[in-house]
Design a protein around this ligand. Sequence first.
Ligand code: NDP
Ligand code: ZN
Length: 183
Amino acid sequence: MSDTASSTVGSFARAVAFATEAHRGQVRKGADADPYISHPLAVVAILADEAQIADWVTLCAAVLHDTIEDTGTSHDDLETAFGTEVADLVAEVSDDKRLPKHVCKADQVARAAKASPKARLVKLADKIANLRDIADRPPATWSLKRKQEYFDWSKAVVDAIRGTNPVLEGAFDATFARRSELT
Ligand code: NDP
Ligand code: ZN
């Protein structure tokens, strides 16, 4: 393995360890309460296995993508550990949950339209992973209407970034088609 390859694999391994620690004790909202880290790892797998994305900055940002939004991690923490590009990318895909929910959701659609190419890839894979979770292991308290609304809002985000990656957009559309199976 070349020095470059070994250092990128090493950075990715550190990013997995960092995200695992940051999300320690957090669980997904599905009835089986999976450890939260299963979600960022699913996002990485979608990018790497389904879309053949091999860019390490994108993959590191993918595994870290919910650390600013959902843990005590700051942009500075990520910049120190992984550099400016990864930190900026994670910040770009992070939502400000202090905003009222409807404002936050509209903001995500507006920001998606202006997002950088790498941020668009992470967003697409995140939405695919979340729709699959809602179809397969939904938050226990969610009504059918809330699940359908989440599907529809995710489609609005993805529609704002179409033309980014045909494989991921196809995977999103195939997952969105499961809306009719929701109960
Ligand atoms: P929620 O934010 O209440 O729940 C959906 C989010 O929970 C998903 O986007 C996902 O986020 C995470 N999640 C955890 N477990 C699961 C699971 N089993 N299946 C699917 N998703 C799971 O949904 P809302 O519809 O209320 O809000 C959606 C958006 O609005 C989010 O992006 C949120 O940041 C934003 N928002 C929500 C607020 C709220 O009060 N609910 C307030 C402000 C903004 P992730 O990819 O981060 O894991
Ligand atoms: Zn996520």
